[in-house]
Design a protein around this ligand. Structure first.
Ligand code: SAM
Ligand code: SF4
Length: 465
């Protein structure tokens, strides 16, 4: 979601006359998009900001966007005084206006920068957005003035960041946000505080964007939301499953993915939609967090182990095999060995194709901060290792089953060193394959591949001609 937010920010700023550049050296203004989901992510932000400080002498200006901006607000100016702008994720609409203010305040002593209007370029993968200053409005970016511009919204905001100027970085596969924010308030999570209340986009607006993308040659769309399946069409026209079907039926769209689904709102109609519409990918990411009902309860997850497994059984009885992936948190306060054993047992029972596993990280403002029985870091690490080893075994067995089958892949790239093409299956697995020497494959095209080998995280194959 942050990657896509950055694409929207870049698109919006290019429209305003800014130019995205490739290196920090070329940039006059560095906007750093941030995540605060775990403490480690947040610490990384402050380390990176500290690294940026030495660039201040070169006249560069800095802004912090995203969840750390929303969470820490003006405190960022105290910890990183070289930052001039702080803009939370619910305030991106105000960003062009905030930059005008920034330029205005810096204007008097600024140097003149040539007018530039640029094309979108690939985003750096660390989420930073680098833009050189606009010049439509004259001088910008003065020397060392202490200028502080803030854009923060409260949780009740009902604004969505919709823009027709998205600088998508991949010409074949693109994201569309359909719902922002979260009303679930899991006991450990900052998202409801940093991204505001749940608000959905009108289905017609989503479909228009999907049609425009298809016209531009996109063949894969990924629908996004913190809880994508809690989607609630403000026009009351379509349920989430109906929206999935409608996007899957847009002419030219061959693949539709959606992430992340919340188990409480995961209805059987989603499985029926996947069965009915071939363009809907046969992959569902359904975070469980824990296999113990006692811990799920303490986490305020709004479902129990049995209800979660019921949803899994719906997917397992689908006509197509649906690949299932999940998120797990280990070491939530009060998690006993028995609770953890239930999580390991659940991994076995479901047979996930991939698990994103995290050590519980205490976050500001969250109810879990007040819970007793914190699990020591060393024990969290021990449980994480056990869980990862178990999941690796499960994946080795699961991936092996694909050997001998034929899969359609979207061609994503070429590994020159290995002389292999890189493809992605509808199940969202990486399938590296060889193709006949003559002729090169187009990135973004679809080919059929026979699976000949497997690893814990990828498949190996050869193109079917
Ligand atoms: N809305 C999705 C859901 O409820 O499943 C998850 C979105 S959250 C941005 C992504 C993942 O981060 C969560 O599924 C959870 O596993 C992990 N996460 C969130 N808060 C965490 C915390 N305080 N400590 C460790 N992991 C956390
Ligand atoms: Fe965080 Fe829970 Fe909302 Fe997911 S559902 S974003 S984990 S509060």
């Amino acid at each position: 979601m942050n990657v896509h937010d950055s694409e929207k920010v870049v698109g919006t700023l290019i429209q305003e006359g800014y130019q995205q550049v490739q290196t920090v050296d070329q940039a006059d203004l560095i906007l750093y998009n941030t995540c605060s989901i775990r403490d480690k992510a947040e610490q990384k932000v402050f380390h990176r900001l500290a690294d940026f400080k030495k660039l201040q002498a070169k006249g560069k200006k800095f802004g912090v966007l995203g969840c750390v901006a929303q969470q820490e607000g003006e405190k960022i100016f105290e910890r990183a005084p070289h930052v001039s702008l702080v803009c939370g994720s619910a305030s991106y609409n105000k960003l062009p206006e905030m930059l005008v203010q920034l330029e205005g305040k810096l204007g008097e002593t600024a140097r003149e920068i040539p007018r530039a209007r640029g094309e979108s370029e690939a985003l750096p993968d660390d989420g930073s957005v680098l833009t050189s200053a606009p010049n439509a409005r004259g001088p910008v970016l003065g020397p060392r003035d202490l200028v502080r511009i803030t854009g923060l919204d409260d949780r009740q905001t009902d604004k969505c960041f919709e823009t027709e100027f998205t600088a998508r970085t991949n010409p074949h596969r693109g994201y569309i946000t359909i719902i922002e924010g979260c009303d679930k308030f899991c006991a450990y999570c900052v998202v409801p505080f940093t991204r505001g209340k749940e608000r959905s986009r009108a289905s017609e607006s989503v479909l228009n964007e999907a049609r425009q993308m298809a016209d531009l040659g996109y063949t894969e769309i990924q629908l996004l939301g913190q809880n994508v399946n809690s989607y609630c069409d403000p026009a009351e026209t379509k349920s989430f499953a109906e929206l999935l079907v409608a996007v899957g039926e847009v002419p030219g769209i061959r693949r539709v993915r959606f992430t992340t689904s919340h188990p409480r709102d995961f209805g059987r109609d989603i499985v029926c939609a996947i069965d009915a519409v071939p363009a809907l990918c046969d992959h569902v990411h359904l975070p469980v967090q824990s296999g113990s009902t006692r811990i799920l309860d303490a986490m305020q997850r709004l479902y129990n182990r049995e209800q979660y497994l019921e949803r899994i059984s719906w997917m397992k009885s689908a006509k197509r095999e649906i690949s299932i992936t999940t998120d797990v948190i280990v070491g939530f306060p009060g998690e006993t060995d028995a609770d953890f054993a239930e999580t390991l047992d659940l991994l076995e029972q479901v047979g996930y194709d991939s698990v994103f596993s995290f050590k519980y990280s205490p976050r500001p403002n969250t109810p879990a901060l007040g819970l007793e029985d914190a699990i020591p870091e060393a024990e969290k690490s021990r449980r994480l290792e056990i869980l990862m080893a178990k999941q690796r075994e499960i994946q080795v067995a699961r991936y092996k089953k694909y050997i001998g089958t034929e899969c359609e892949v979207m061609v994503e790239g070429h590994n020159d060193a290995r002389e292999q093409w890189i493809g992605r299956t509808s199940h969202n697995k990486t399938l590296n394959f060889t193709a006949p020497e003559s002729g090169s494959l187009a990135i973004g095209s679809y080919v059929n591949v026979l699976v000949t080998g497997s690893f814990p995280n990828s498949l190996l194959g050869k193109m079917v001609v």
